[in-house]
Design a protein around this ligand. Structure first.
Ligand SMILES: [Ca+2]
Ligand SMILES: [Ca+2]
Length: 495
């Protein structure tokens, strides 16, 4: 998966930058128009953006969004020399975001047939498909619901690919007045703009957090809370930094106490340390995350699906003949995996139905904060073949047929919303916690799980030809690299 992302990310455009050209007095003669390109223009930290905006205009750029809260402008320009011409007093840095979109790790959806939905039998919550929600029992959701299903004062921002507002399990659960698209870094609150178009990922995530207890389909972890769609994934399946900036600020300024971020943007894969052009982009995202925290938002993020030790990042040198892993150097904070590695963000790994680390889940001591069910179809608990029912069942929206339904997905994209849902229950039972208090509480109430002995080689194997493909080594004690502080627990947080 890393390699895939590397390929998609590697298409960074250098043509629009004009790096190294000195800015002389006065504007250059009118140049031929280049492609319409997005930029993030950063004013000095703490300064407002008015001086920067004036420079943008002079450099033939159009400000499409002003984020004065963090001193960032989202700009579009066809001026090939925009980046050099905009530099000057009031502008700390500028960078094109072309090529810096990260592909959403969408995951396969296995839909439950309409016949199976209709014939499903009820269970403790009276939800027809509840019997297949093994994940809910694992984190003690039924016991928690005996205390509370959550408070409608809690609104969770789902920064993702949109939420189907016509879904029978979600229609009553969405805070429509707080939902928006952030595609292009610009808000658009039209309902159609924040509904899914090419991806059901966000609809699945939203159902895990808050699907209704209504006698239909499934239950979410916190059906009493509200979710807000904050669409940051474009129709090509990419998250661009300007959309993430927009999403964090929107959530912060619209009274959300939590955001779920089942995606990751990964500048380090691009050797950010060698590419000063990228730094302003990641600085803008980090300013946005910090701002949201200052406004009382706890951000929850997925660890990623690369079975990657995030505490000991290695990469090959990029040379085809040299695959020798190289320990990463001390990177600046501008080059972290975001949002997962940003300070203050709750980073979530994944486990399957046995409670062991999912084969794909990235890990790392000091990086993973908690774990939660994300599914592991490799376990084959129900027969000799890999089975989708060992993934996570939630709400779906088939973008080809435009129909709502239910289905299975697996990934840390699915475990993240379990932690978010538990955090939403915690805030419902104990209102007023700061983000720091809430993340500590989540960890303190998590059920600790020790490292497996030796090298963890999950079996049955996925690849017969490469039996060590999913080897991983866990380090740490009660708090460790596979499980962090442990499995989130819905019952413990409502006590
Ligand atoms: Ca339901
Ligand atoms: Ca963290």
């Amino acid at each position: 998966m890393k390699n895939l992302r590397r390929k998609t990310l590697a298409a960074a455009s250098a043509a629009t930058l004009g790096v190294g050209l000195a800015l002389t007095g006065g504007l250059a003669p009118a140049a031929a128009a280049g492609p319409d390109t997005s930029y993030l223009v950063l004013a000095p930290q703490g300064a407002n953006t008015s001086k920067a905006a004036a420079r943008v205009a002079a450099a033939k750029g159009t400000v499409v969004a002003t984020y004065d809260q963090i001193g960032v402008l989202v700009v579009r320009s066809t001026n090939p020399d925009f980046a050099t011409q905009v530099a000057g007093a009031g502008v700390e840095s500028v960078a094109s975001t072309a090529g810096l979109g990260s592909a959403l790790d969408e995951g396969e959806t296995v839909e439950v047939s309409a016949a199976d939905v209709a014939s499903a039998t009820g269970d403790p919550t009276k939800e027809p498909l509840y019997g297949q929600q093994w994940d809910m029992n694992m984190i003690h959701v039924p016991q928690a619901h005996a205390v509370t299903t959550g408070s409608s004062n809690v609104v969770v921002g789902v920064l993702d690919s949109g939420i189907s507002s016509s879904h029978p399990d979600l229609a009553t659960q969405i805070a429509k007045d707080k939902s928006t698209s952030c595609i292009g870094g610009v808000t658009n609150t039209t309902e159609s703009a924040w509904n899914p178009t090419t991806s059901d990922h966000g609809t699945h995530v939203a159902g895990t957090i808050a699907a209704a207890i209504n006698g239909v389909g499934v239950t979410g972890i916190a059906p009493g809370v509200k979710v807000a769609a904050v669409k940051v994934v474009n129709d090509d399946g990419y998250i661009f930094p300007e959309a993430a900036v927009c999403g964090f600020l929107w959530a912060a300024d619209h009274g959300m106490q939590l955001t779920n971020n089942s995606y990751y943007i990964d500048p380090w894969e691009l050797n950010c340390k060698n590419d000063p052009r990228q730094r302003p982009v990641w600085q803008a995202v980090q300013r946005a995350i910090r701002y949201s925290q200052s406004k009382g938002v706890l951000n929850v993020a997925s660890a990623g699906n690369s079975n990657y030790d995030l505490a000991h990042k290695i990469t090959d040198t990029g040379s085809p003949n040299n695959g020798t892993p190289e320990e990463r150097e001390n990177l600046t904070n501008a080059c972290l995996d975001l949002p997962a590695e940003a300070p203050g963000v709750v980073t979530v790994g994944a486990v399957g139905p046995t409670g062991e680390k999912s084969y794909y889940s990235s890990y790392g001591q000091g990086v993973i904060d908690v774990t939660a069910p994300g599914g592991d179809t490799r376990y084959r608990t129900q027969g000799v073949r890999s089975t989708s029912t060992d993934a996570i069942l939630s709400t779906t929206f088939n973008t080809a047929t435009k129909t709502n339904g239910w289905g299975y997905k697996q990934g840390t994209s699915m475990s993240g919303p379990h932690a978010t849902g538990v955090a939403a229950l915690a805030l419902s039972a104990h209102p007023g916690m700061t983000p720091g208090q809430l993340s500590s509480f989540l960890e303190r109430t998590a059920v600790a799980k020790s490292c497996p002995e030796g090298v963890y080689n999950p079996v049955p194997l996925i690849s017969a030809t490469n039996p060590n493909l999913y080897d991983a080594t866990c380090s740490g004690g009660a708090r460790n690299g596979f499980y962090g502080a442990g499995m989130v627990d819905a019952y413990n947080v409502v006590q």
